[in-house]
Design a protein around this ligand. Structure first.
Ligand code: ADP
Ligand code: SF4
Ligand code: MG
Length: 342
């Protein structure tokens, strides 16, 4: 069953320097029980996409276009009461730094129970029992002892497990992880990812996993969105993205991660810096950094092509090589007519 349907989402920040188009026409679906990965460098619009879905944007941020449907119900422009209900009871988010979600002055037990009492009909005794159960669920030992501890008494990894437990308090159908392992030491990261995978299987919820790390995506995602400069450059099943990439940026990302097959090769980071969102180029946003950029890449934004039924990419290279079909459903009206005239 379809949980989330995002179409042509556009989110901007209105700053003194001008309109920052942080998310620029993002579309995707999320089905029950699936794990969707959103991957891209820092500043590509991953968090803003998630915050738009939750509608927890900074005061300068605004959804300026598109649609976000949760189980068929439109969230863009929905009344705050409706949004609160969905935010607290249907969709939960885990942030990068556990300390942003935990209050240092209250015990773990108090905070967990507060979340449970807020989101469910349980009484205090039941909330206590549920809190203990949640601590056990996120695989922390001695749950009764943890209930009495303060966040500073726990390790970083344990704190993030508690944050996951808090996110589960409302029994969400969608759990968003916004780089939930980035702030943790490497040795702890794998355990958190494994926990999220096992919880997903056990509880059957859908996950949106935001990361700059393709390794994380490979480990747990069914579908992947690759973002660059606020747009989707490629999307498809994890298998298609890893073994059949059709965008130069994705290829660059793949070359910059260590894998078994390139163990003895020099890793190649993508050179150059991401573009200035206040001055978006006319053509492909990746063109200034793309080793294979052509003349057309600088002049015109590439068209989105359906590589196959599990894969889409927006790169002129596919037009040049005549790979896949142009996705006319996302073309602006004039362009569509031009395309039909050809
Ligand atoms: N509060 C804000 N005010 C102005 N611009 C913002 C704000 N938050 C994000 N942005 C802009 O949106 C872009 C995308 O941000 P974000 O989604 O946080 O990136 P990431 O992919 O690293 O999560 C940033 O590069 C920045 O230019
Ligand atoms: S459209 Fe052109 S510049 Fe952009 S990624 Fe493809 S080849 Fe490179
Ligand atoms: Mg982010």
């Amino acid at each position: 069953m379809r949980l989330l349907e995002v179409r042509d989402l556009r989110t901007s920040f209105f700053t003194d320097a001008g309109e920052v188009k942080a998310v620029n026409g993002v579309s995707f679906n999320l089905d029950e029980g699936k794990v969707l990965g959103i991957v891209g460098e820092s500043g590509s619009g991953k968090s803003v996409t998630a915050y738009s879905v939750m509608q927890i944007l900074a005061s300068t941020g605004k959804i300026v276009g598109g649609s976000i449907k949760f189980r068929g119900e439109e969230l863009v422009g929905a009344p705050e009461k409706k949004l609160k209900e969905i935010r607290g009871n249907r969709i939960s988010i885990i942030f990068q730094d556990p300390m942003t979600s935990l209050n240092p002055t209250y015990t773990i037990g108090t905070q967990l129970m507060e979340a449970i009492l807020l989101h469910t009909d349980r009484n205090r005794k039941e909330a206590y029992e549920r809190a203990v159960e949640l601590i056990r669920l996120v695989q922390i030992n001695e749950p009764e002892k943890r209930m009495k501890q303060y966040p500073f008494e726990l390790s970083g990894g344990m704190r993030q497990r508690i944050v996951i437990a808090m996110a589960l308090a409302c029994e969400p159908v969608i759990l968003i992880g916004d780089e939930p392992t980035t702030a943790l030491v490497v040795t702890i990261q794998a355990g958190i990812l494994e926990l999220m995978s096992s919880l997903q299987k056990e509880l059957g919820m859908a996950i949106i996993m935001i990361t700059h790390d393709l390794g994380v995506v490979a480990q747990m995602c069914d579908e992947v969105i690759v973002m660059y400069a606020g747009s989707i450059c490629e999307q498809g099943t994890a298998e298609e993205i890893f073994y059949n990439p059709h965008h130069e940026y994705t290829k660059g990302l793949l070359h910059s991660i260590p894998t078994v097959s390139n163990e003895y090769e020099k890793l190649q980071p993508i050179t150059g810096t991401p573009i200035d969102l206040l001055n978006m180029p006319e053509g492909c946003p990746f063109a200034p950094r793309c080793e294979n950029a052509m003349k057309i890449c600088i002049k015109c934004h590439p068209t989105r092509r359906i590589i196959n039924d599990k894969h889409m990419a927006t790169c002129w290279m596919n037009d040049k090589n005549d790979v896949g079909e142009i996705d006319t459903s996302v073309l602006p009206k004039e362009a569509e007519e031009e395309e039909l005239d050809k």
